[in-house]
Design a protein around this ligand. Structure first.
Ligand SMILES: NC(=O)c1ccc[n+]([C@@H]2O[C@H](COP(=O)([O-])OP(=O)(O)OC[C@H]3O[C@@H](n4cnc5c(N)ncnc54)[C@H](O)[C@@H]3O)[C@@H](O)[C@H]2O)c1
Length: 408
């Protein structure tokens, strides 16, 4: 599962002039902790959950990355997500290394009390390796600000000290940052705008297809709609909708369910595979991995693809798309908004001074556009695709820091 990511890391390190020892150091996380978490269930029985924390490389600063509560959490995806978090930190020039944690569970089947006990149990299990100067977790799939609050409280009890800087994504009254919840989606939207600008496309009237209508996809659909773009295609896990005249986004936003299901509201759906090949200017895969492959890459009509989901395009497809002149903004860049906002929260916790929403958004926009333009320019100058250029930026700092420390 790690192979495609490792392949690009290897190429990026070679292009930067590092030898194979550096690749050996960075190709896997430095640590993968697996823990067993006993939780008392509401009926009095006990259930033991399995949790993880992966830490990639901390040469440039403490680890930073989300906590996911999901049935699909396993050691392999924890490792991959920790590496991606590290790459995002490098891309955005943050003083962090990558981390990722999670518990294999279905939080939709847990009561609030069970969820709280699981959250606190997870923190007790990883508390030795976490902390504001060691490893700073944050929210991810199926975790939210309430879960972050329980975790921060548990950590504070264990350490007997105020620990707001231990975790990000907290409620505002506990040291959260303005704009944190929308930051991931906002970061993707900024990348769409920047990519459109490079291609000479105006947002107004541009035709956009978004695969997935969950948190990421629906936020983006609203943002694009408000910016005057025409959202012509949208999908969920059950099918897809396409209308060249534009879809009724406000209606869909009001009626989608909490899992991002929206196609059940309409008749005449098409498949997800068909949607990806429909006519449009901008395609945003915002659902699951491996959607654009060598099978369909030749048939994509968009001139811009922005990877909102993690790993939606295979490496073979990336090559085909690049050869066809399609601008592909990679996931480690487009998905960096959340980790940047988490960094801002950590900075404010350390300073004890909090920024208003406008300031937080301006700082996020500056970081995202800066990262986008650095990588775009590097790709152009070196004649690389943006994925390789982003990986070069992503590994540069951790590799240099590891070298200065004398690790390899
Ligand atoms: N939530 C965010 O702000 C955010 C930010 C950046 C990146 N992402 C990434 O975007 C992706 C989606 O995240 P989310 O938070 O929106 O998830 P979500 O669970 O809220 O929504 C997922 C959406 O994808 C659809 N979907 C599920 N399986 C599908 C399939 N096989 N084919 C097509 N559609 C399918 C679902 O029906 C739903 O509409 C993930 O890869 C995530 O890591 C999310």
């Amino acid at each position: 599962m790690l192979e495609p990511t490792q392949e690009v890391i290897k190429e990026a390190l070679e292009k930067l002039g590092f030898n194979n020892d550096m690749f050996e150091l960075l190709k896997e996380p430095a640590l993968l902790l697996e823990v067993r978490i006993p939780v008392r269930m509401d009926d009095g029985s006990y259930k033991v959950f399995t949790g993880y924390r992966a830490q990639h490389n901390h040469a440039a600063g403490p680890y930073k990355g989300g906590i996911r509560f999901h049935p699909g959490v396993n050691p392999d995806n924890m490792k991959e997500l920790a590496i991606w978090a590290g790459l995002k930190c490098g891309v955005a020039d943050l003083p962090f290394g990558g981390g990722m944690g999670g518990v294999t569970c279905d939080p939709r089947r847990l009561s609030l009390g069970e969820l709280e006990r699981l959250s606190r149990g997870y923190v007790r299990s990883i508390s030795q390796i976490a902390g504001a100067s060691k490893d700073i977790p944050g929210p991810d799939l199926f975790t939210n600000s309430q879960i972050m609050a329980w975790m921060m409280d548990e950590y504070s009890k264990i350490k007997r000290v105020d620990s707001s800087g231990f975790i990000s994504g907290k409620p505002l009254v506990l040291g959260g940052s303005e704009g944190r919840e929308k930051a991931s989606g906002y970061g993707i939207a900024i990348c769409v705008e920047e990519a459109a600008r490079k291609k000479g496309l105006r947002m107004k009237g541009s035709r956009v297809i978004i695969q997935g209508f969950g948190n990421a996809g629906s936020y983006l659909a609203k943002y694009m709609h408000d910016a005057g773009a025409k959202v012509v295609g949208v999908s969920d896990a059950y099918g897809a909708l396409y209308d060249p005249d534009g879809l009724p986004i406000d209606y869909m936003l009001n009626r989608r369910d909490s899992f991002g299901t929206v196609t059940s509201l309409f008749e005449g759906t098409i498949t997800n595979a068909e949607l990806l090949e429909q006519d449009c200017d901008i395609l945003v895969p915002a659902a699951v991995s491996k959607q654009i492959t060598e099978q369909n890459a030749h048939n994509i009509k968009a001139s811009i693809i922005v990877e909102a989901a993690g790993g939606p395009t295979t490496l073979e497809a990336t090559k085909i798309l690049t050869d066809r002149g399609i601008l592909l903004v990679p996931d480690v860049l487009a998905g960096a908004g959340g980790i940047i906002a988490s960094y801002f929260e950590w900075v404010q916790n350390r300073q004890g001074m909090y920024w208003p929403l406008q300031e937080a958004e301006e700082k996020l926009r500056a970081k995202m556009t800066g990262a986008f333009n650095t990588i775009y320019k590097s790709a152009e100058t070196r004649r690389l695709d943006m994925r390789l250029a982003a990986y070069m930026e992503g590994v540069r700092k951790m590799a240099e820091a590891s070298m200065y420390r004398g690790w390899v």
